[in-house]
Design a binder for this molecule. Sequence first.
Ligand code: ADP
Ligand code: ZN
Length: 341
Amino acid sequence: MNIEFTKEIWGQIEQYMLKEDFLIITDSNIYNIYKREINSIIGESDRILILNPGEDSKSLEELSNIYEVLLKLNISRDGYIIGLGGGVVGDISGFAAATYKRGIKYIQIPTTLLAQVDSSVGGKTAIDFKGYKNLIGAFYFPEKVYIQTDFINSLKDREIISGLGEILKYGLIYDYSIFLKIKNNIKRIFNKDLDIIEKLIRKSVEIKSEIVEKDKLDTGIRRILNFGHTIGHAIESYYDYSQYTHGEAVIKGMIYESRISYNRGIISEEYMNEIEENLKPLVKRVIYTEAMIDELINYMYNDKKNKDGKIVFILPTGKAEVDVFYDVTEIEIKKALMEVC
Ligand code: ADP
Ligand code: ZN
């Protein structure tokens, strides 16, 4: 596997600098927090590009700027882009690496819990275009992914919750012991107990790798990774990505989608309650009006994962078991969104 857990990330980065043929891409939040460490390895070098934090940086303009910097530094086809950051940095620096000179080497250092458990596996890179998230992109697998758990130490609680959303998802689609581990250790997780967090990250990465390995181009079983995402993506889009982090939206999605499953008589009330009791405290509650729900459903129809105009849902069918459904009706979606609050 190309993923390596490390406690010596700065030393690891240093090895790529020997040939003077690299560019580090990060964002200003990360740079400000880890300035001392970064400067101690790159010194006076201009081989670092600092993006503005946030989704707006995943733009064609920023990509063009990255190409200009790569050109100016004369990065060769054997050169490296080192992406040091969360999903935003990872997506755009990975795409730049995938496309510059038909592909140069890419080293990914995910610094958020979400990026460590999610985008570190699977080779998805992209930028946004004309308001469409990840419209332009490529599958491009990094030469190496380094995961250093203690980047978590500087994350805000909401960023922890965002990563936790995806980890909970692995628990609910694949390995119930993960769900139980979070349930039983939630306080310790928020206190940044890195022992527990690292175990959860390792497990998540293992599961995602296993699933991605079976379906590299995302046409089959990988679909189960979308549990919580049909409604989650709609919620993110509805609020224009400003109200909820990705993982928070996925948590809400998993709550509603479990409710749909319960309403269909697929999962027991006991199981649905267990999911709700553990997920609800992690996200802000909201009561949806009919108009909001109609708009959310419109967003669901626009999901690029749909087939023949039908909204695709991954619904829980039992503990750590899910299945794909194409026949969920608008009435069922509405009912679930009205019922849970
Ligand atoms: P993700 O999609 O992984 O959440 P983002 O790139 O949107 O990634 O990062 C979320 C936020 O967290 C951004 O504001 C980013 O600057 C910040 N961030 C990333 N890594 C760290 C870190 N280790 N410590 C503190 N803040 C971080
Ligand atoms: Zn996700």
